[in-house]
Design a protein around this ligand. Sequence first.
Ligand SMILES: Nc1ncnc2c1ncn2[C@@H]1O[C@H](COP(=O)(O)OP(=O)(O)OP(=O)(O)O)[C@@H](O)[C@H]1O
Length: 362
Amino acid sequence: MWVTYQEEPTEVQYPLDSSNSYEILDEIGNGVSSVVYKAKCFAMDSTVVAIKAVYLDRSWWWQPKEKLLSHPNILNAHCTLLVNQLLWVVMPFMSAGSLQSIISSSFPHGLSEPCIAIILKETLSALSYLHKEGEFHKGIKPSNILIDSNGSVKLTDHFGMSSSSNAAATPYWMAPELLNSQIGYGVKVDIWAFGITALELAYGRPPLSNGPKNEKHEQFSKAFKDMVASCLNQDPPKRPSAEALLNHSFFENCGGSDFLVENVLQGLPSVEERFNESKNGDGDDEGGDSSARQSVKETRTISGWSFNEERFELDPVFQTESTDDSVVKQVKRLFGDDGETVIIEDKTGRKTPWKCKWQRLN
Ligand SMILES: Nc1ncnc2c1ncn2[C@@H]1O[C@H](COP(=O)(O)OP(=O)(O)OP(=O)(O)O)[C@@H](O)[C@H]1O
């Protein structure tokens, strides 16, 4: 049974009859296993909603969770319904769309620090709540942070994410421990992904993605660099909790939603215009990690990324300390032989080429 997360227990029940109650208006985004539409709900005075249509056959990691979550920075579904082979997640329409779509359309070199601070603080509030509830998100990235026309920030896509599978995680935002089957992982994978998200908001692209090298790091404050560095600690227990991060000096004197409206949302094309532009443009899609399909020229190690605060970039060198041949085989399978481009294919058939290098340490 699929269980819907609700904003508050409410008397208003969105209709579960797809054919007569909703009219699809526009496609506004897509992900690995879903398409997102802007739609109208007739039974609710033609309220505009977003419908995420999830292909159940491509979503092996989706697992319903029987828990009611309620937090101002978490976007909850109005209802979910089954339409042919699709699961429709009907949710409030966040008219400014995701940060991924905002950045790729209008801020290709990233946002200013005061804007980043507001967005990240709201995201942290949601994360701190989720972690206290014993949940973790595992999909923290700009395409899962949505903004409304009034500048409110909400985290989405926690619906049914399985905490027992790492399949849902996407390469750029994946914490090192998710790549090592021998060690466990927990809520700190969200803190790692939060750190990568911070870098993406600052640079306009996640570290290691394709594109011209951005030298913007000179301009970042010490507080920002320190905050990001703490999230990108290779040792999960050493990463701060979401709650502790909320008290970081980077978030002191943080502005409010009006500041985002003035400095980010004004003049922004509509979410549907942006989506059409991205479809007609250079092939960059809304999935947020499409450039992962290009080869990544850096080197990696199985123990993860090493973060260099001074240079403010990740040194992606994968290494394995294991003498166990099966681990080495797994590394080879994932990363190929030294210097090779390997194609990682997930169960949805999505292929991601990585140019990688790995070395055995012992
Ligand atoms: N409630 C919403 N309101 C407005 N726009 C939305 C809403 N939900 C999603 N979108 C838009 O649709 C795009 C794709 O969303 P989706 O959740 O499918 O992306 P994703 O997180 O990249 O995919 P995946 O879940 O496969 O990783 C978002 O980047 C955003 O622009």
